[in-house]
Design a protein around this ligand. Structure first.
Ligand SMILES: O=P(O)(O)OC[C@@H](O)[C@@H](O)c1c[nH]c2ccccc12
Length: 382
C-alpha cells in the first residue's frame, strides 16, 4: 500500500510532498494550494458577510495551521503533536478503510484515538458534501451569537455558586445509554427553566448518540441560553458548520490539538463571535494552554478521555498549581464531568472554578430540571 501516514519519515522535497499529497489528499498539502497559503499568512483572516469571505479560506478546503507547518518544515502532523506531548495520532487518510489504517498504525491506542480516526473520515465526507465555502457562507448568515462567556461570568457573580452548563447527553462510550426516552428540546427547556446559564449539546453521533439536528432543534425551540457545540474538532470546517447550525461556543480538546491549531481555531472563533472552551486534563496540557494568548475559558475535565477514569481531585490539583496565573490572565475555569452532589460542586468551587459542566447526573434523573436543585443543594433561580 502507498505509504500515506503522518508518522512516516520526513519528505524533504516539494516533489515528494506533492507526490504524497496527490496519492492521498491527506496530511500533505496539495501543491496548488501552496501559493494560496503564502497569501493567507500575509493577510488577516476575516469571516464576515458573504462578499468578504476570504478567498483563501474558501478555496483551501483541507488545511489547518499544523498541516501548513508540517509542509514548511518537513515534520509530520504526528511528529509535531508528539513533540507537544500529544498521544493521539492522526491517520490522515480519510478514504482508507479502517483495516488499511490499522495495517499501518496498529489498532487505536485508546477510545479517544478511535473517535478521532473516525472523525477524520466523517469530516472529509462532510467537506465533500458541503465545501468550506458553503459552510462559511452559512455561518455568515446565521443569527448573531449569544455571549457564552459573559453569561457564565454574570451567573457566577449573581448566584455565588458555579454557573451551570447543563449537558444534553443521551449516551457516552463510558456509561452507555443514559436516558432511553430522550427528547433534547424538553430537556433543554427544563434546564433553562431551572437556572442553567448555558447548555452543552453533544453532536457526535457514533459514540454519544448526539446530532446537529438536536443542536438546531434546541436553537429554534425558543430556548435562549447560549449553546456549546460539544464536538471533537479537528478541522476549521467543523467550527463554521457548528456556527451555521446556531452554536455560540465550541469545545477544543488540548489532548487532540497541537498548539498552532488551537491558536488558529481560537482566531476563527473570535471572528465568528464564538467562545472557545479549551479542555485540558493534565499538567502538560494546562501549561500549553496557558501559554496561548487569547484563551478566556478553560475546562478541566475530571474524566480522562483516554482511560475514562474520573477523579475530581484533578481540578483541585491543577488549580493549586496554576490558579494564580489563571486569575492574573482573567481566565474563567469550568469544572467538567463526574459531578453528582452539592458536595462535589462545593469541592470544585473551593478549588477555584466559576462554572461546572454536568451531564450524567442531571440527564439520568426522571426530571432533569428538578435535578438541578438537587445537584446544587438549592434552587438556582430566585
Ligand atoms: O456526564 P458528565 O460526567 O457530567 O460529563 C459531562 C461532560 O463533562 C462530558 O460529557 C465531557 C467533557 N468533555 C468531553 C469531551 C467530549 C465528550 C464529552 C465530554
Amino acid at each position: 500500500m502507498e505509504s500515506f501516514l503522518a508518522s512516516r519519515s520526513v519528505r524533504s522535497s516539494f516533489a515528494a510532498a506533492a507526490a504524497a499529497a496527490a496519492g492521498t489528499g491527506g496530511c500533505f498539502p496539495r501543491p496548488s494550494r501552496v501559493a494560496t497559503r503564502a497569501r493567507a499568512r500575509a493577510r488577516p483572516l476575516r469571516a464576515g458577510p458573504k462578499d468578504s469571505i476570504p478567498e483563501v479560506l474558501a478555496q483551501d478546503d483541507m488545511l489547518n495551521a499544523t498541516e501548513l507547518v508540517q509542509w514548511e518544515n518537513g515534520k509530520s502532523v504526528n511528529d509535531i503533536a508528539a513533540s507537544q506531548g500529544i498521544r493521539i495520532r492522526r491517520h490522515c487518510h480519510p478514504t482508507a478503510s479502517l483495516k488499511e489504517i490499522e495495517e499501518e498504525l496498529g489498532a487505536p491506542r485508546n477510545i479517544l484515538e478511535k473517535i478521532i480516526w473516525d472523525k477524520e473520515i466523517e469530516v472529509a465526507e462532510g467537506l465533500a458534501k458541503k465545501p468550506l465555502k458553503v459552510v462559511i457562507e452559512a455561518a455568515a448568515e446565521a443569527p448573531p451569537t449569544r455571549d457564552f462567556y459573559g453569561t457564565l461570568e454574570a451567573a457566577y457573580k449573581r448566584n455565588g455558586v458555579p454557573a451551570l452548563i447543563a449537558e444534553v447527553k443521551k449516551a457516552s462510550p463510558s456509561r452507555g445509554v443514559l436516558r432511553e426516552n430522550f427528547n433534547p428540546v424538553e430537556i433543554a427547556k427544563a434546564y433553562e427553566k431551572n437556572g442553567a446559564a448555558c447548555l452543552s449539546i453533544l453532536t457526535d453521533e457514533k459514540y454519544f448518540q448526539g446530532s446537529f439536528e438536536n443542536l438546531v432543534k434546541v436553537r429554534t425551540s425558543g430556548v435562549e441560553c447560549p449553546l456549546l457545540c460539544k464536538e471533537f474538532v479537528i478541522d476549521k470546517w467543523q467550527i463554521y458548520n457548528a456556527r451555521s447550525k446556531g452554536a455560540d461556543a465550541i469545545l477544543l480538546i488540548a489532548a487532540v490539538l497541537p498548539d498552532l491549531d488551537i491558536k488558529y481555531f481560537l482566531r476563527i472563533c473570535k471572528e465568528l463571535g464564538m467562545t472557545a472552551l479549551i479542555e485540558v486534563h493534565d499538567e502538560r496540557e494546562m501549561e500549553r494552554v496557558l501559554n496561548i494568548n487569547g484563551v478566556k475559558l478553560i475546562g478541566i475535565n475530571n474524566r480522562s478521555l483516554e482511560t475514562f477514569v474520573v477523579d475530581t481531585s484533578n481540578t483541585k490539583m491543577l488549580l493549586e498549581k496554576h490558579g494564580d496565573s489563571i486569575r492574573e490572565k482573567g481566565i474563567l475555569v469550568v469544572g467538567e464531568s463526574g459531578l453528582f452532589t452539592p458536595y462535589d460542586v462545593a469541592y470544585v468551587q473551593n478549588a477555584g472554578v466559576s462554572a461546572v459542566l454536568v451531564g450524567e447526573s442531571l440527564v439520568k434523573q426522571e426530571d432533569p430540571g428538578r435535578a438541578i436543585a438537587g445537584l446544587f443543594g438549592k434552587e438556582l433561580l430566585d
